[in-house]
Structures are given as C-alpha cells and as structure tokens.
Design a protein around this ligand. Structure first.
Ligand SMILES: [Fe+2]
Length: 340
C-alpha cells in the first residue's frame, strides 16, 4: 500500500518534470565552429521552433572536454569539422546511435555512420587553384599532380595538415601504400616551395608567380572572391583559376563538418530535432551562405560563388574509410620527408 502510494507520487513527479521540460525546451550544443558561422543557423532554429539553443564554443579539445565531464556532461549535440575529429568522438564512445528517417533521407550514406552515430552537415571540396594562363585543366586528377610537367610549380600547405592528410588517406584507400608513397615522392619533387602556410597563401603565391598550381578548400575561394576576407584576398581569389580535380575514374575529395548526439545527452529528443533542422532546406541554404560550404542535402541551394566552380561529383569512397587511413597517411608523409 505504502509502496503503491510512493509509486503514484513518483509518477506524478516525473509527469511534472516532463511538462516542465516541454514548456521550456532547450538543447545544449558544444561546437568548435566559429560563432559567426553557426549563429545564424541557430537563431533561425530558435525563431522557428521556440527551442533555446545553449551554445558552448570550444576552440580545441572538444572530445577531451566532453570525456572529462563524463556522465555529468550537459552536451546534447557535439559539432565539429573534419571527418577525423567526428570519428574520434565516436571512437571515444562520446556519441550515441540515432535512427531518423529525416537524417537518413537528407544525408547520403557515404557521409554518415551506418549506425547513426555521426552525420555530415556540410561539405568542402579539395580543389585546384591554378594560374589563370593555364589551359586544359578540365579533367585534371589528383594523381596527375605528380606529373613531372609540374616540376617546380606546385604549392601546398603542410602535408600533415588535416586537409591534406585526409586527401592522402583517400589516395591510400584508392591505390594502396606503395603507389601512394611513389605519388607523394613525385609531388614533393614538383614542389615550388616548402609545404607551409594556409590554403589562401597558395592563391597568393600563384599570383606572385612562385607556383603555377596548388590545392585549397573550396570555401576559401568563396571567402576570397566575396571580399569577406578583405581587398587583398579578393585580389588573390579573382587572380586564380579554379578547377575541380577528381581521382582518376572517380570523383572529388570532400571533407565535412558534422555532428553527433552526445552519449549522455540530457535532451536527446531535442538533439535529434536540432540535427534534423540542420539538414532542412532552410538550414542547408544558410550553411552555404554563411561559410561557402556545400550542402549535404541534394537539391539544397549552393552559393553562386561555389556553383561557378562547376559541378561537384563526390568520390564514392566512404569518409569513414578515409578517416581510418589518416594515421597511415601521416606516417607515409614522414617516410618521404614531405614537409622537410
Ligand atoms: Fe579551413
């Protein structure tokens, strides 16, 4: 009798708590993304849903921070860039599986985990920056950058930067270690200068005639050409030609920004709803505007500065395979002394 009353009282408390949550829905987002890029999306979500998004901007060590907070962590959604960082969250058991028809329909299978533990939200392609006078760049391949005709003409940032390590890991999946090592040695032989700086410096150095070609992320083209990075960068962006390289017989290398639902998410349902919003047409369009990223959802609008680069055909190798080869790629770079 007494225990029955206790149970009724407990049920009442749970109900009250549930109502309390429903009337002031909120979701806690931990993200490494720049506030200026992500805020327009979150504001739009709050305006649409009435859900408060509490955002914690974590510059570095997102996984370490969430791991340290353990079961007391308030995080519902963890959001970051680079597939390696995303998969680190899964490997450290900080994510939980999510089944959502909305997410599965919007995000292509190669850009999400088969068990729903991570989802890509936007994409960037690793594209060719080239001297404006160069012709016949259509159909250029990543493999072809090793052609001796580019000797002394190639500029890249550090091979060990995650953007390049992922590309080299992709080559490893495609061609195996022996061919990848030979490719890296040939790329190194073509370098115009030591691999250093950032992607935008490649455009700057092409304009200065230090090099003829290089690789950079697609969104930097938008950032430079839009003038958002200032007049000097606009000059670099306008001064180069951009082409969409592919792996021979395949597609272009892309990397992602993405998110997971945190393993100990206190507001799990709200976390899933936020992710579902982020792959909606509205949010995918906002991504494109805020940071010149490609939407992951087919048919979502692409910024004109990006669509001007030509159609993007994503290579079919699943991102998870690329992420698994990052370490091997990094070791191979050391073997050939790429950055030295
Ligand atoms: Fe970047």
């Amino acid at each position: 009798m007494v225990s029955g009353m206790k149970a009724a009282g407990f049920a009442g408390m749970v109900l009250a708590a549930a109502i309390g949550t429903a009337s002031a829905a909120e979701v806690n987002l931990y993200t490494t993304r720049e506030p200026g890029l992500i805020r327009p999306l979150l504001d739009a979500y709050t305006a649409r849903s009435g859900v408060t998004v509490n955002t914690v901007f974590v510059d570095k060590g997102l996984a370490e921070r969430v791991a340290a907070e353990g079961a007391r962590a308030k995080a519902d959604v963890l959001m970051t860039v680079d597939v390696g960082n995303i998969i680190d969250l899964v490997d450290r058991d900080l994510a939980q599986p999510v089944r959502s028809g909305v997410l599965e329909a919007a995000v292509p299978a190669t850009l999400r985990d088969a068990d729903g533990r991570w989802f890509a939200l936007s994409m960037r392609a690793r594209v060719l920056y080239a001297d404006k006078d160069l012709t016949d760049l259509e159909g250029i391949s990543y493999e072809g950058l090793a052609d001796p005709k580019w000797k002394g003409g190639l500029c890249l940032r550090s091979g060990q930067h995650p953007y390049n390590t992922a590309l080299i890991a992709h080559h490893l999946v495609k061609h195996g270690p022996a061919k990848t090592e030979a490719w890296l040695r040939a790329l190194k032989a073509n370098l115009a200068r030591k691999p250093a700086g950032g992607d935008r410096d490649v455009a700057r150095d092409i304009l200065a005639d230090t090099c003829e070609i290089g690789l950079g992320n697609s969104y930097y083209v938008g950032l430079m050409r839009s003038g958002r990075g200032g007049p000097e960068q606009q000059k670099w962006g306008d001064g180069i030609k951009v082409a969409m390289p592919t792996f021979a017989g395949g597609g272009t290398h892309v990397n992602i920004s993405g998110a997971v639902v945190a393993k100990n998410a206190p507001n799990r349902d709200e976390a899933v709803k936020l992710l579902e919003y982020l792959v909606s047409d509205e949010a995918q369009g906002l991504y494109a505007k805020a940071d010149f990223e490609y939407p992951v959802k087919a048919g979502a609008p692409v910024d004109p500065l990006l669509s001007a680069l030509g159609p993007l055909t994503i290579d079919a190798v699943p991102l998870v395979e690329i992420a698994r080869n990052r370490k091997a790629a990094s070791l191979l770079l050391d073997t050939v002394g790429f950055d030295n």
